[in-house]
Design a protein around this ligand. Structure first.
Ligand code: ZN
Length: 71
């Protein structure tokens, strides 16, 4: 049980670190992606946010660049 809690905590830390390090944020609903600091990201439903580190990652996943921030 203790082992499970530790691995859960480690997973949360890794996920948070990944979200903070992400350069791009995709919207799983609209299939568009943005720079992490685009104003649209703040308005996005957190449940739709997909964090990506590279532009290629977003393009390969089928995301379209945002027309506002032009990532
Ligand atoms: Zn944008």
């Amino acid at each position: 049980m203790k082992k499970f809690i530790i691995s859960a905590v480690v997973m949360i830390i890794l996920m948070t670190a990944n979200a903070l390090a992400a350069n791009y944020v995709g919207n799983a609903n609209s299939r568009k992606f943005h720079y992490a600091d685009c104003s649209m990201v703040n308005k996005m439903n957190p449940a739709n946010k997909v964090f990506m580190n590279t532009r290629d990652e977003a393009i390969n996943a089928g995301y379209v660049p945002c027309k506002r921030c032009k990532p």
